[in-house]
Design a protein around this ligand. Structure first.
Ligand SMILES: [Zn+2]
Length: 413
C-alpha cells in the first residue's frame, strides 16, 4: 500500500542520512523542501521531492495537502508517563509557598506517587498510562521513552515496567523502557540510603533483567537523593546487564554528576538546569547527549537549562518533556518547543532539530525516527494551514496539528 502526499507547503527535516547528532551551528539549519511531495509505502517513508505535476510517482492513494506542512513526529526521550493518580494538592501547596524540597520532606513528591502506585492494580495503572500515551501521540509524539521509579519496591517497580512492556506490545510507536529504581529513597529506607541502593542493584535489577523489562537504567543524581557513589554503582550495575544509562543530573546542584556520567560515556544526561564550566568541558569530550526539560523549569519556577551555552560548546543537545505527576504534568512537546524558543533563546530550527533527530539519538532510534528519510518509519505530523513553521512555537498553547501519522496510518483513523 502506497500513499502519496502532494502540494505540501514545506516538507521539514529532510535528510538523506542521519549518522550523527546535529551540533553547534549545524542546528540552525533545518533542511526542507518547499512545495513538496512525500511517498510512503506501508509503514515506511519511501521517497520525497519537489512538486512537478508531470513527474510524480504513482501511488495507491493520493492526498493533496493544499499547503499544509509535514514534519517528523516529536521524539520524547524522557518521560514518566506510567504513574497512578495525580498531585494537584501539592500543586496548590506550592502556590501557597512550599518548595519542592519541603513538599518532599513532608512525605509528598515521588514518595507520595509511590504510595498511590503501590495501591493501584496493574490493570488500572495500565489504563491510566494508556490514556496519557494516546494523548501525547495526538499531540505529535511518535516515539517515547518511559521510566519506572514510582514503585520503589521490587513488586511495584516490576509492575510499572510490565505496564511499559504492555504499552510497547499494544502501540505502534517505538517505546524505550528505563529502570529508575533509584528515583527517591522510600520512607522505610530513610537513614539507610546505601542499603536501598544495594537492594535496587542486588534484588530488583536482576529481576528486571531476567524479564527483559528495561532498555536503559537511570538514577536521580542529586543532593538529598543519590550521590556520586550511588550513581556510579547504578551505571556499573546496569552495564553488567547490558543496559546503557540515562541520568537525571544537575537539576538543582552541580556536584560532579555530569563529569562522572561523561567519563562513563552514558547515553544521555538529563535536566542540566545548573551548569558549571567543568560540566561543559567534560561533556565536550564525551558522546553523551545533553537533554533539557524546559517544561519542568516552567512548572517549578527553576532556571532553564543554558541551551545557548550547551550548543556553543558543540555538545549534542536534545529536548524532552519529562512528563510526570510532580514537576511536569504535561507531555505536550509543542509547548516544550515554544518554551525552548521563548525561555532558552533558541531558534525554531534549533528547537525542532533538538526535539526530533537529536532526541532520536538520545534513545538510539536515529535509524527509525527523527527525520524525513527514506527507510525510516512513516511517523509524521501534518500541520494546520499555518503561515510558517515558526508559527508552531510562536503561537504557544495553540494546537496547530491537523493529523498525526504513525507507521503510515493516521493515528485517529
Ligand atoms: Zn525525569
Amino acid at each position: 500500500m502506497t500513499t502519496l502526499f502532494t502540494h505540501i507547503k514545506s516538507l521539514l527535516q529532510t535528510r538523506e542520512e542521519t549518522e550523527k547528532p546535529i551540533i553547534g551551528e549545524e542546528l540552525r539549519d533545518l533542511p526542507q523542501i518547499d512545495n513538496a511531495w512525500l511517498l510512503i509505502e506501508d509503514d515506511r517513508i519511501k521517497d520525497y521531492g519537489a512538486m512537478d505535476d508531470d513527474n510524480l510517482p504513482s501511488a495507491d492513494k493520493i492526498m493533496n495537502l493544499e499547503g499544509r506542512y509535514i514534519l517528523p513526529t516529536w521524539v520524547d526521550s524522557h518521560t514518566h508517563i506510567v504513574y497512578a493518580g495525580n498531585r494537584e494538592q501539592e500543586f496548590v501547596d506550592r502556590i501557597k509557598g512550599l518548595t519542592y524540597e519541603e513538599i518532599a520532606n513532608r512525605g509528598g513528591g515521588i514518595v507520595n506517587s509511590a504510595k498511590t502506585l503501590g495501591d493501584t492494580s496493574f490493570e488500572d495503572l495500565y489504563a491510566q498510562s494508556e490514556e496519557r500515551l494516546k494523548e501525547v501521540i495526538k499531540l505529535g509524539t511518535g516515539a517515547v521513552e518511559i521510566k519506572s521509579g514510582y514503585g520503589l519496591t521490587k513488586e511495584a517497580e516490576l509492575k510499572m515496567l510490565r505496564v511499559i512492556q504492555k504499552l510497547k506490545e499494544n502501540y505502534d510507536i517505538p517505546i524505550k523502557s528505563t529502570f529508575l529504581g533509584a528515583h527517591a529513597i522510600p520512607t522505610d529506607y530513610k537513614g539507610k540510603e546505601k542499603a536501598y541502593v544495594k537492594m535496587v542493584i542486588e534484588d530488583i535489577l536482576p529481576a528486571v533483567a531476567e524479564e527483559k523489562l528495561a532498555d536503559y537504567i537511570d538514577v536521580f543524581c542529586e543532593k538529598g537523593y543519590f550521590d556520586l557513589e550511588d550513581t556510579e554503582n547504578m551505571i556499573e550495575a546496569g552495564k553488567k546487564y547490558g543496559l546503557k544509562s540515562k541520568i537525571h543530573v544537575n537539576q538543582f546542584n552541580s556536584f560532579g554528576g555530569i563529569q562522572l556520567a561523561a567519563e562513563k560515556n552514558v547515553l544521555s544526561v538529563d535536566h542540566l538546569e545548573e551548569m558549571e564550566f567543568e560540566d561543559y568541558k567534560s561533556l565536550k569530550k564525551s558522546e553523551t547527549i545533553a537533554v533539557a526539560l524546559p517544561s519542568c523549569s516552567f512548572y517549578l519556577g527553576i532556571p532553564y537549562s543554558p541551551a545557548r551555552e550547551i550548543i556553543k560548546n558543540d555538545i549534542p543537545f536534545a529536548l524532552a518533556s519529562d512528563f510526570n505527576p510532580g514537576s511536569t504534568p504535561s507531555g505536550n512537546m509543542n509547548f516544550v518547543i515554544s518554551l525552548a524558543c521563548i525561555k532558552m533563546k533558541i531558534t525554531p530550527e534549533e528547537a525542532i532539530n533538538a526535539a526530533t533527530l537529536n532526541a532520536a539519538f538520545a534513545m538510539e532510534l536515529q535509524d527509525e525516527v527523527g527525520s524525513i528519510t527514506a527507510g525510516k518509519k512513516a511517523n509524521f505530523i501534518i500541520t494546520d494551514r499555518i503561515p510558517s513553521f515558526g508559527f508552531l512555537p510562536y503561537a504557544f498553547g495553540t494546537n496547530s496539528i491537523d493529523e498525526v501519522w504513525i507507521n503510515g496510518k493516521n493515528f485517529e483513523s
